[in-house]
Design a protein around this ligand. Structure first.
Ligand code: ADP
Ligand code: MG
Length: 576
């Protein structure tokens, strides 16, 4: 047996642990969900590796999780017979934060306990959540395929360091033992644990076992008594993958909990859609729209949210090939009946089945959004349903717009979902169809202005003539607008036109007298314009008389087809 070594946690882990133990009181019981989900992941990994190396099953092909407790010792143990960890893996996985996403998350923590505990709730702290209820955790593990003498024991009090030593362990897999804190002793109860498992872990596709209890009469006169554990184990969850059950057998509450388990979100999802798709490609999809954007939404390389299974076997998290990047906020599961079990990320990119699944998923998400948008105007819809699309749009609208440039096939469907503020609406709720419905007679284009903020847009001198004539102008204030709108030349037969580009062509909206006055002015100002042009020759391409201003003496515009001022500023900021 090797000597015990004491090692320090990586700085980020120490920081996270401090937070976990100091600010997570409100929802303590999630530790069990996290540890059971790790046990289940470990079994998934074993099943996957054993596709090529069946000997890894040793003599225990039935994968399962056991939850047990010892009242006297005040310990709670979560054990699995999954893939297990070698000593080196235990040191790395339980002593550092390997995933860059998690590291980035920790760097967002502010030190303000209230704000941080919200963030942590959103992210889920995985293994370390055990320290919410335990002042000491011991982990024993042996990796499948290693000899019994190559087991590892890891232990920590959750402060700055942890210990590891080599042990002999006959059983493959991992057992995590929590030494409960004084204020967490209520988890030493079968009833309590069962109800938490039912709430958070019912969807786990493996059996979760607990000891069966018997009622034992206490006292000689037969008053009172207590539940005592027997040697027999029973399964306490449904143990079938939630998405493989018929819709009618899954309650909304179960759908919501499943969402929380796969997304690490603490809020309910806005909507979900569960379908078995048949045809040339067969698969089950269960897709969720979150209610809130994650902190790293703007990172286009960030983990995609859909997990891939093949015939119930877990293949990979974050399967980005299953949805286009502009739908990266969608969470869920796809279970394919056709893909090979050994499919790799590279293969996924090329597979025709995957292409069909991606298109099917995209259509499904768009129709969920269309349903929400429809409810917005539906008299019969509940107040909650009516408010959903606006909520969605506020969180994810700007990402959805990326689709205009990315997904030509669905551009029209996307265009119908766009929402803007405008000269007639402070709220970001004007659709292009709303706009068209109130266009002035003779108006031939949908006008918009891009700016950094709504206030900047509203104060732009370029709007003066539109205000005067009562023509609505849409405000585009998201960073992506300029780029996205360059892909949308028209909506439902009406061209879109930026009021900051070229000569604003008001067409029939301008009356003859105005036109004539403008032409005369242009004529009589010719000498002045020539002088101005000469004076500004390094700064302006052209100087001309305009009818677009009412109160302001002058404004800057860009050439038709040129980069707008907004885009030019953005590129400059980006150092281009
Ligand atoms: P995550 O599950 O999101 O990766 P966790 O903090 O929950 O993060 O777990 C960290 C890592 O520790 C896991 O990725 C895994 O490698 C390892 N691990 C945790 N629990 C187990 C277990 N029961 N069996 C095998 N490995 C485990
Ligand atoms: Mg985990």
């Amino acid at each position: 047996m090797s000597q015990k070594q004491t090692l320090s946690f990586q700085a980020e882990v120490a920081q996270l642990l401090h937070l976990v133990t100091h600010s997570l009181y409100s929802n303590k019981e999630i530790f069990l969900r996290e540890l059971i989900s790790n046990a289940s992941d470990a079994c998934d990994k074993l099943r996957f590796e054993a596709l090529h190396r069946p000997e890894l099953y040793e003599d225990m092909p039935n994968l399962e999780v056991r939850v047990g407790f010892d009242k006297e010792a005040r310990t709670l143990t979560i054990a699995d017979n999954g893939i297990g960890m070698s000593q080196q893996e235990a040191i790395e996985n339980l002593g550092t934060i390997a995933k860059s996403g998690t590291r980035e998350f920790v760097s967002h923590l502010s030190g303000d306990q209230k704000a941080d505990s919200q963030l942590i709730g959103q992210f889920g702290v995985g293994f370390y959540s055990g320290f919410i209820v335990a002042d000491r955790i011991t982990v024993e593990s042996r990796r499948a395929g290693l000899k019994p003498e190559e087991g590892v024991r890891w232990a920590s009090g959750g402060a700055g360091d942890f210990e590891v030593e080599t042990v002999t362990r006959a059983q493959r897999g991992t057992s995590v033992t929590l030494h409960l804190r004084e204020d967490a002793l209520d988890y030493l109860s079968t009833w309590r644990l069962k109800s938490i498992i039912g709430k958070y872990s019912d969807h786990i596709s493996l059996p979760i076992l607990m000891r069966k209890e018997e009622w034992k009469e206490g006292g000689e006169e037969g008053q009172g008594g207590e539940h005592v554990a027997t040697d027999e184990w029973e399964t306490v969850n449904q143990a079938t993958a939630l998405w493989s059950r018929p819709k009618k057998d899954v309650t909304p509450e179960q759908y919501r909990e499943f969402y929380k388990a796969i997304s690490h979100d603490y809020e309910d999802p806005l909507a979900w859609s569960h379908n078995r798709v048949e045809g040339s490609t067969e698969y089950t999809q269960l897709l969720y729209l979150p209610a809130r954007a994650p902190f790293d939404l703007w990172n286009r390389d960030k983990a995609a949210g859909v997990k891939l299974y093949v015939k119930r076997v877990f293949i990979m998290d974050e399967a980005e090939a299953l949805l286009p990047a502009y739908l990266r906020f969608v969470k869920g599961v796809v279970d394919s009946a056709d893909l090979p079990l050994n499919v790799s990320r590279e293969l996924l990119q090329e597979s025709r089945d995957v292409k069909a699944i991606r298109e099917g998923n995209t259509r499904r998400v768009l129709s969920m959004l269309e349903d929400m948008a429809k409810a917005e105007k539906d008299e019969a819809a509940s107040a909650e349903d009516k408010a959903k699309f606006a909520k969605f749009w506020a969180e994810f609208g700007a990402v959805l717009k990326e689709g205009l440039g990315e997904d030509f096939g669905n551009r029209e469907r996307l265009a119908k979902l766009l929402r803007f503020a405008s000269t007639q609406s402070d709220a970001v709720g004007v659709s292009l169809a709303d706009y068209k419905a109130r266009m002035k007679e003779g108006q031939e284009a949908i006008y918009y202005i891009t700016a950094d903020t709504q206030a900047a847009a509203a104060n732009s001198p370029q709007l003066e003539v539109f205000r005067k004539k009562g023509i609505e102008v849409l405000y585009m204030t998201d960073r992506v607008d300029e780029w996205a709108m360059s892909y949308l030349n028209e909506f439902d037969g009406t061209p879109l036109q930026s009021v900051a580009k070229g000569q604003v062509e008001l067409g029939k909206l301008q009356d003859e007298a105005e036109k004539k006055a403008a032409e005369e002015a242009a004529e009589s100002f010719k000498p002045v314009l020539a002088k101005l042009k000469e004076a500004l020759k390094d700064k302006a391409q052209d100087v001309r008389v305009t009818t677009r201003l009412v109160d302001s003496p002058a404004c800057l515009v860009v050439n038709e087809g040129g980069m707008s001022l907004q885009l030019a500023r953005l590129l400059k900021q980006a150092g281009q």
